[in-house]
Design a protein around this ligand. Structure first.
Ligand SMILES: [Zn+2]
Length: 356
């Protein structure tokens, strides 16, 4: 199937890119010194005044399902791996800011971060499970999840400061992630593919939507392998019935536990991680995109330089001996042109550029 080979090329390119900026060693090799997986942070999504997705009848809340599965998963890890420290970002129905969830993992030097969520979509026939790793693939279906999960920050008191002006509804905001490098990309994909493998094999919801990459705020600054699992759709009648049943939620927790066991085994040994390509989601081919160039300079400008006029969310590229600064990330030229007058209010000479 041509799509499949294209998808593999996309994934392999992503892996190579990540390795080019990270350390080009087999994933397990860093553990040659006897480093073991000792701490896991489990993050039940949402909580408190943020219910997450809500079922049509309002009887079911995402936050409750997340906490229930997270607790079942954590108890099993604690029982079968007494040496592993299990830390929860929340154990009760309370609100925790997205950035703080990652901070908890960083502060505790966690070796793995597992965020648990339930999906929801306008299209009620959408169903199945998917596991996200931090990445810059902004395909439409990934962006739907992204906007929903990232919009939680709008419920926080001081989100413009915490997230450096990030606006989850504004596509331009997502360009900050293009500058991001993730040293744990390969390990995150390895764990994510183990989770999806388990769901497909044993899960009460077998439909595989795959391992995907998306710019998810909660995974942004974690300094360990991190995933966000969407265990099914609350907006889908069949998934909803499944998730409403406690023994099914236990099965989902058991699937994630089995993935954890396999991951820990590989992590604790020197073996390189094996990635099951059959559970990777197809990637949309990367075409050109459009940005708005605001200025060019022969010298690299410092952050906050007066020439940038307070602009912080920009992209800088060194092309033909010049540093070129641009903003925005548009899929069509027309869309970029529509934003041009706004940008020209500050940078009168701004123009649209095609980026490959
Ligand atoms: Zn969620």
């Amino acid at each position: 199937m041509p799509l499949r080979s294209k998808c593999l090329i996309g994934w392999i390119t992503a892996l190579i890119l990540s390795l080019a900026v990270a350390v080009p060693v087999p994933a397990g090799a860093q553990n040659a010194g006897g480093v073991k997986l000792r701490t896991v942070v489990i993050d039940p999504g949402h909580g408190g005044h943020d219910p997450g997705a809500i079922s049509k009848s309002s009887k079911m809340n995402e936050k409750q399902i997340n906490l229930d599965i997270a607790t079942r998963l954590g108890s099993r890890i604690e029982k079968e791996y007494p040496d592993v420290k299990v830390i929860y970002t929340r154990k009760t129905d309370r609100f925790v800011e997205l950035a703080e969830r990652g901070n908890i993992a960083n502060r505790n030097h966690a070796d793995l971060f597992i965020s648990i969520h339930v999906n929801s979509a306008k299209n009620t026939s959408a169903s199945g499970t998917e596991t996200f790793v931090m990445g810059t693939d902004k395909s439409a279906s990934n962006m739907e999840v992204c906007k929903r999960e990232n919009s939680v920050i709008l419920m926080e008191d001081d989100y413009t400061t915490t997230y450096e002006g990030f606006d989850p509804d504004n596509p331009e905001s997502y360009i900050i992630f293009n500058l991001m490098q993730n040293a744990h990309f390969e390990q995150s994909i390895a764990f994510a593919s183990l989770v999806q493998q388990q769901f497909v094999k044993n899960g009460p919801i077998k439909k595989n939507r795959g391992v995907r990459q998306a710019p998810l705020m909660v995974l942004w600054r974690t300094t360990m392998p991190s995933v966000l699992i969407e265990v099914g759709f609350l907006s889908n009648a069949s998934d909803r019935t499944t998730l409403n049943n406690a023994s099914n939620r236990q099965k989902i927790a058991d699937d994630i536990f089995n993935a954890f066991s396999s991951f820990k085994k590989q992590y604790d040994s020197d073996a390189a991680f094996e990635i099951d390509e059959s559970v990777l989601a197809p990637q949309e081919p990367e075409g050109p995109h459009y940005e708005i160039q605001i200025l060019a300079s022969s010298k690299k400008l410092k952050e906050g330089a007066s020439e940038l006029k307070g602009e912080t969310l920009y992209q800088c590229r060194f092309i033909n001996g010049m540093y070129k600064y641009s903003v925005g990330n548009f899929s069509t030229r027309e869309e970029a042109i529509r934003h041009l007058p706004e940008v020209r209010k500050k940078f009168s000479g701004a123009f649209v550029v095609e980026v490959h």
